[in-house]
Design a protein around this ligand. Structure first.
Ligand code: DQA
Length: 139
């Protein structure tokens, strides 16, 4: 089972960025623990602040991975290009958000990418990534 986590803009600042919303752990710390807990999974991780790099990585992940956990961060609410990239590939994508986007500002209530994803996990903190892995494992 090969799974890639793709994180979008500002998620490189997890742990430092608004910790009351996003928690105190950096993604690298969490990812290290995730790899140890899921040693039966071939896990990869990519983060970029650049929309086109996220599109490239989604395209390249097709056929190379059995599942994608995508936290497109702010691009969730704006990116038709990411919506189209998900629609263009066969690998299933789960949309992840650390925070509950529906409890926050109204501009976060609309996700452009959900309609192309298998499902969506939001508001459960970093645990959402583990839940996404569990879903792909059981599928
Ligand atoms: C986020 C929610 C987005 O609205 C926001 O722009 C982010 C992170 C989350 O994980 O909760 O950067 O995707």
């Amino acid at each position: 089972m090969r799974i890639i986590i793709i994180n979008g803009p500002n998620l490189n600042l997890l742990g430092k960025r608004e910790p009351e919303i996003y928690g105190a752990s950096s993604f690298e710390e969490y990812y290290h623990a995730l790899k140890q807990k899921n040693n039966d999974v071939n896990l990869a991780y990519f983060q970029s602040n650049i929309e086109g790099e996220l599109v490239d990585t989604i395209q390249q992940a097709d056929e190379q991975f059995d599942g994608i956990l995508l936290n497109a961060a702010a691009y969730t609410h704006t990116s038709i290009a990411i919506h189209d990239a998900i629609g263009a590939i066969n690998t299933p994508v789960i949309e992840i958000h650390v925070s509950n986007i529906y409890k926050r500002e109204e501009f976060r209530h609309k996700s452009i990418i959900s309609s192309k994803c298998v499902g969506l996990i939001a508001g459960l903190g970093l645990k959402g990534y583990q839940l996404g892995i569990d879903y792909f494992k059981d599928r």
